[in-house]
Design a protein around this ligand. Structure first.
Ligand SMILES: [Zn+2]
Length: 303
């Protein structure tokens, strides 16, 4: 009987120690997050939104650029973690392209937040839901900017986001559907590509472009150099060519994809191309939300 009590007490103690440690770690996480919010020039949040993309760039002064909104409501949870509860303004919402896994979550964002400007390419929406989204933006009277290469958003401490693609005016254009969506083409290939600059470090955001667009971007390879790469199209086999990786030369790569997704993203070819080059891989399907900080003119993974 006595020994049973002892075992129970022992277990009880271990449980208490585990809980205390967990508490200390989560508290340390919160303190670190507060510290970065004050000291870092900007933070990048790759939200875990399942199979889709949603990235928030939030600068030290509280200016927010949201790149895509994922397929559903998960983005709202991410935003409430990343932004203080009193801040209900997102300065720029950039929609890379009107595919469901990139913008459907933005319906909820439109409801909950005041949006300064919507940046998108302006190509004619091809689905009823996409038309409904554009109508919702118009109904709210949100300013729209139809962006192409050269457009830039200036952020705190000289950081900025710059658009590299598309290189032509897309407003009102009808993009022919891809013959095989898996191989790229269609709306994916007119999606917005851009870089976030933090001193000499850069993060490259590639939306869902295929290797065709990557090849076109190679003619200005110096603009592509980036320490951090948001891997195109959730790690699809038809993006992230070896030539593109050798031009970007990232040290780290983030793949935003859903666990057990039906497309098999990220694909083994892309994973091995990254590993062969010694690039660290971070995956939202395994790690959840992934955060980087721009501090001292450099990007680094924030724990
Ligand atoms: Zn996508």
């Amino acid at each position: 009987m006595l020994s049973m009590n002892k075992t129970f007490l022992k277990r009880h103690h271990i449980l208490l120690i585990v809980l205390a440690l967990a508490g200390a770690f989560s508290l340390a996480g919160i303190i670190e997050q507060r510290r970065l919010a004050v000291t870092a020039s900007a933070q990048l949040w790759f939200f875990d939104v399942g199979q889709g993309d949603a990235v928030l760039i939030r600068d030290r002064e509280g200016k927010d650029v949201l790149i895509d909104g994922g397929p559903g409501a998960d983005v709202l949870e991410g935003l409430s973690d990343a932004m203080p509860f009193w801040d209900r303004t997102i300065d720029v919402v950039l929609v890379t392209h009107l595919d469901a896994d990139h913008y459907v979550g933005l319906f909820g964002v439109l409801q909950k937040y005041k949006i300064g400007e919507i940046w998108w390419n302006g190509a004619a929406p091809t689905t009823d839901t996409a038309r409904r989204f554009v109508a919702a933006v118009e109904a709210k009277g949100i300013a729209q900017r139809f962006v192409q290469a050269g457009e830039r958003a200036d952020l705190a401490d000289g950081t900025s986001f710059q658009v590299l693609w598309p290189r032509e005016e897309m407003r009102g254009r009808i993009v022919p559907p891809a013959t095989s969506s898996a191989k790229g083409g269609g709306t994916n290939d007119f999606g917005i590509v851009g870089t976030f600059s933090c001193g000499a470090s850069r993060a490259l955001f590639t939306g869902d472009i295929s290797a065709h667009v990557e090849a076109a971007l190679l003619d200005d390879a110096s603009a592509l150099r980036a320490e951090l790469l948001k891997v195109a199209h959730h790690g699809s086999a038809y993006s992230t060519s070896e030539a593109f990786l050798d031009a970007v030369r990232p040290k780290e790569a983030v793949i935003s994809s859903g666990a057990g997704n039906r497309y098999g993203h990220p694909t083994p070819r892309v994973l091995s191309a990254l590993l062969e080059r010694g690039i660290s891989i971070h995956r939202t399907d395994r790690e959840g939300t992934i955060r980087y900080a721009c501090a001292g003119g450099r990007l680094h993974l924030a724990k």
